[in-house]
Ligand binder design. Structure first.
Ligand code: PGA
Length: 248
């Protein structure tokens, strides 16, 4: 059984004053029974790293460029994230796919860049509501998974987050059966591709996870944790989700 992982994605939220949430999180989980990572905006990575030094809370970036360096105004490389104290990076989030037109080939190049820099990549995939209604969910996530995994991907450096687009930030979640179906498919695809290592890749569910539904989601087979957006901004909520994961 892979060690479980609770990942918080602050998205474009958070100023210096919000770093105090991390103190509370670190105090609540000094010896967590699962891995915990927070992905604040890039502006806060440096100060957050200083604040979390010596704690059990890890840091991640929310995206990186596929190039190691160069003339890419406004972009951040995987090596820069690492240099700032990150050990993880979220890639292929549906908001990046939608807002920045990221396609599977770009995301695969970013995966390779993240792995070359020694980061753990959290690869996000998921169907839109129209794709689910058309019965195309498995086909869509299968394609995103096959395209996104780079040649270096293994159980130590890669985490998969299934995030149905229609469940992100909406308060709606799939049924247990719908999550189980997709996670079971991802697991069998990963073992097909990576052999036994595919059993150890962490499969996160993301999309409107909150304290009230966390235990129910974490009881589903092949759910090894969560990628949490809105409910990760306040330490009290994220702590309750982490506690549910520890108890699962
Ligand atoms: P949410 O976001 O928890 O606010 O739905 C999840 C995500 O986008 O990672």
């Amino acid at each position: 059984m892979p060690r479980k992982l609770a990942a918080g994605n602050w998205k474009m939220h958070g100023l210096a004053r919000d770093l105090s949430e991390l103190d509370r999180l670190a105090a609540d989980h000094s010896v967590p029974g699962c891995d915990v990572v927070v992905c604040p905006p890039a502006t806060l990575l440096g100060p957050a790293a200083a604040r979390l030094e010596g704690t059990a809370i890890a840091l991640g970036g929310q995206d990186c460029h596929f190039a190691a360096s160069g003339a890419h105004t406004g972009d951040i490389s995987a090596g820069m994230l690492r240099d700032a104290g990150a050990r993880h990076v979220i890639l292929g989030h549906s908001e990046r796919r939608a807002d920045h037109g990221e396609d599977d080939a770009t995301i695969a190049a970013k995966m390779a860049a993240a792995h070359a820099a020694g980061l753990i990549a959290i690869l996000c995939l998921g169907e839109t509501e129209a794709e689910r209604d058309a019965g195309a969910t498995i086909e869509v996530v299968g394609k995103q998974l096959a395209a996104g995994l780079d040649a270096d991907a293994d159980a130590d450096n890669t985490v998969i987050a299934y995030e149905p687009v229609w469940a992100i930030g909406t308060g709606r979640t799939p049924t247990e059966a719908q999550i189980a179906e997709v996670h079971g498919f991802l697991r069998s695809t990963l073992t097909g591709r990576l052999g036994d290592a595919g059993e150890a890749v962490r499969l996160l569910y993301g999309g409107s996870v909150k304290p009230a539904n966390a235990a129910e989601i974490f009881a589903i087979t092949d759910v090894d944790g969560a990628l949490v957006g809105g409910a990760s901004l306040k330490a009290a909520d994220f702590s309750a989700i982490i506690a549910a994961l520890e108890a699962a």
